[in-house]
Ligand binder design. Structure first.
Ligand SMILES: Nc1ncnc2c1ncn2[C@@H]1O[C@H](COP(=O)(O)OP(=O)(O)OP(=O)(O)O)[C@@H](O)[C@H]1O
Length: 235
């Protein structure tokens, strides 16, 4: 099976416009690939650029240079230079992202927040809600909460809604930004199971996991982001 995600020589810096245009280089020469049925984990100290890499891969941060090659349907697309419409297409059909925090939408129930990625891909509302219910039950979200908008949920409850929303599709690439940060041991174990199921289904995953136990359980390989840091050469 062709490699679903190849990152080639990517560099990123932030320009601080309110600080006289000060340029902060974050990463450079970022090159790696993620194979189907595996989970790679971004490692390295705080502030080294792990989240920035995930955000670039999802198209939330622009890159300064380099390519992010995504296998999308039967083509290979460079997400780094793709038009916004193509980025949205890739997000709908190919690449999912579980962020650390849920962005809540007023008045939309937790069940529909989770079901939405499936309806966006053409599933009926009933069908999508049935799959969403299964996932929320698996993640032990009390059924009394399913019809409520998640804005007032606890951190761990919101994170479980976010995980269910990220895992509901059959996207071939999944980016995971600390999906277990606010979870208890029981629900961390559920997430480990969900990741194992995605591996079995051939999904290519890339994540950040600060919890050592979870990292040990899911990582097929660890990419040390320090090697991409301009600071490591200066040090
Ligand atoms: N939007 C932004 N604007 C300016 N600087 C940023 C921005 N996002 C990240 N940075 C800077 O880029 C560097 C890398 O941050 P990033 O969040 O990617 O690190 P990280 O390895 O994920 O850290 P942690 O493990 O603490 O979450 C930091 O110095 C951070 O201050």
């Amino acid at each position: 099976m062709p490699t679903p995600l190849i990152v080639s020589d990517v560099a990123k810096s932030f320009t601080m416009h309110l600080r006289g245009g000060l340029v902060l280089p974050v990463v450079r020469n970022v090159s790696f690939s993620v194979e189907s049925g595996t989970c790679s984990v971004l490692g390295g100290p705080s502030g080294i650029g792990k989240s920035s890499i995930l955000k670039m891969l999802y198209g939330n941060y622009a890159v300064d240079s380099g390519q992010i090659l995504v296998r999308h349907h039967d083509a290979v697309v460079d997400l780094a230079s793709a038009a916004p419409r193509m980025v949205l297409d890739i997000r709908r059909d190919t690449m999912g992202y579980v962020s650390q925090f849920l962005r809540t939408v007023p008045r939309v129930s937790a069940l529909d927040v989770v079901a939405q990625p499936l309806t966006a891909r053409g599933a009926s509302v009933e069908e999508a809600r049935a799959v969403a219910s299964d996932l929320l039950a698996k993640l032990n979200l009390p059924q009394a909460l399913w019809q409520l908008p998640p804005a007032t949920f606890s951190g761990g409850e919101q994170q479980r809604v976010n995980i269910a929303r990220g895992f509901i599709t059959d996207h071939k690439i999944l980016l995971l930004d600390e999906p277990t940060a606010s979870l208890d041991a029981k629900n961390r174990a559920v997430v480990i199971e969900l990741i194992a199921a995605k591996k079995a289904a051939g999904v290519a995953m890339l994540g950040i996991f600060h919890d050592e136990e979870v990292r040990e359980a899911v990582a097929d390989n660890i990419l040390d982001v320090s090697q991409f840091s301009p600071r490591s050469i200066a040090a």
